[in-house]
Design a protein around this ligand. Structure first.
Ligand code: NIG
Ligand code: FE
Length: 411
């Protein structure tokens, strides 16, 4: 199928050469074309330019995008969308005064989700996750990373990874999968964390790797969860099986996890609500991208990642949802970019770079996703008529999307 999109008011994130990451002050720059066309063949972007230059292209489908903004689909590099049920009771408990940590300490939180997941069949789990995936695709997400981490046994972690794999097969969006084996200490290992790390290192990682079920390895490096030594052991075991680290770090406490991640060539370090100058120094000159999750800060009422400080230090930044039942029950990237502008004081240009090309970098796919570039995948958002792209962030909470195209197919 070929598609020609005409009369595009603003075509965003157009790159003549295949840029794969944008850092520091370059993030302020969002290249765009006005009064543009975009031509797609099969699943690929073939041509784009000004309407005045359009001639000789015949397409099977023509979409008139008068008044609309067109941009690459969102690249959501951090989610946990395979989970069972919900945690609405904990939501109400927090409103009534308990903290996220209080809830975890009394056996709720991640352990609550693990209990639910272990009792849910693989088919039911797939059904629930597929529904969430469908919803976020309609909200403009075209590439997504999904983690395990609510299994906490070898069997249940593999069940989660198989569900992710089935989603990879059944959905047109690009999916990357992450083994988050060390997400919380299961009740059975409460007094023997080392034995749980042994299980992760000796059983979970080899099993997931042998079946080619994971692209990345993740750890929740945090007080009360896994310390630097645990994290180091897990990342080293992952490396033996070619699993690249993408880690949860500095959500509540900063104690050197960022430098550890960088030292193990982490592709990304995610959360960073707490950040020190040493963390920034560790990231400078590395290939590790910091990932901010503003919808998590919003939902838990915790600090926002100091995105300004990261970008002003010359670093790249990616934005992701963290979609999960405990800290962020939302997979809406439109809300994420808007909240990043409003609460983290980054500009719409920086936010769009962070949520497209840099999100793709944080999944290792920015050579084929995340910008409007000839030869890249045709993953496209067409907005409803809007005054200009700043309006996407400004009129927060509205549904601005008219059409989503994934791999050259209109959804
Ligand atoms: O990224 N912080 C660790 N993991 C998830 C939340 C897990 C949960 O509460 O279920 C996060 O916020
Ligand atoms: Fe997370």
């Amino acid at each position: 199928m070929s598609i020609l999109i005409t009369n595009i008011k603003e075509l965003l994130q157009v790159r003549e050469s295949n840029v794969t990451i944008v850092k520091g002050s370059d993030m302020k720059y969002l290249p765009k074309l006005e009064n543009a066309y975009l031509y797609i063949e099969h699943d690929t972007i073939v041509e784009f330019g000004n309407m005045e230059e359009l001639s000789g292209i015949e397409a099977e489908k023509i979409i008139d995008a008068s008044g609309s903004t067109v941009l690459p689909t969102w690249c959501d590099s951090h989610t946990h969308i395979v989970y069972a049920g919900d945690r609405t009771q904990e939501f109400v408990d927090r409103i009534n005064g308990l903290s996220y940590e209080d809830i975890a300490k009394r056996g709720g939180g991640i352990l609550n989700s693990a209990e639910k997941l272990q009792a849910t069949s693989e088919d039911e789990l797939y059904k629930q996750a597929a529904k969430r995936l469908n919803e976020v695709i309609n909200l403009g997400t075209g590439a997504i990373e999904i983690k395990s981490g609510y299994g906490l046994t070898v069997e249940a972690e593999l069940k989660m990874l198989r569900v992710i794999n089935r989603l990879k097969e059944d959905f047109p969006v690009k999916i990357k999968s992450t083994l988050l084996a060390a997400h919380a200490i299961p009740k059975a290992y409460k007094n023997n964390k080392k034995a749980f790390i042994d299980l992760v290192v000796d059983k979970m990682i080899p099993a997931a790797a042998e079946k080619h079920l994971a692209d990345y390895i993740d750890v929740f490096c945090e007080k009360g969860y896994f310390d630097l030594e645990d994290t180091r052991r897990v990342l080293e075991a992952g490396a033996k099986h070619r699993l690249i680290p993408k880690i949860h770090v500095n959500q509540f406490n900063a104690f050197g996890g960022v430098a550890l991640g960088v030292a193990h060539n982490a592709l990304s370090v995610d959360h960073l609500e707490e950040l020190t100058n040493d963390d920034i120094k560790a990231l400078q000159g590395s290939n590790t991208i910091p990932v901010a999750l503003p919808a998590c800060s919003y939902f838990l009422s915790i600090p926002y990642t100091p995105a300004r400080q990261l970008i002003d230090a010359g670093l790249p930044l990616a934005l992701a949802t963290d979609y999960n039942p405990g800290s962020t029950p939302s997979g809406n990237m439109n809300f994420v970019v808007s909240t990043a502008c409003i609460k983290m004081k980054i500009t719409p240009e920086e936010a769009i770079n962070a949520a497209t090309i840099n999100g793709a970098y944080a999944m290792g796919i920015s050579n084929i996703y995340g910008s409007i570039c000839k030869g890249k995948k045709a993953n496209i958002i067409i907005t409803k008529p809007i005054p200009n792209y700043h309006y996407l962030m400004y009129a927060f909470g509205d549904h601005h999307i008219r059409d989503v195209i994934i791999n050259g197919q209109i959804i």
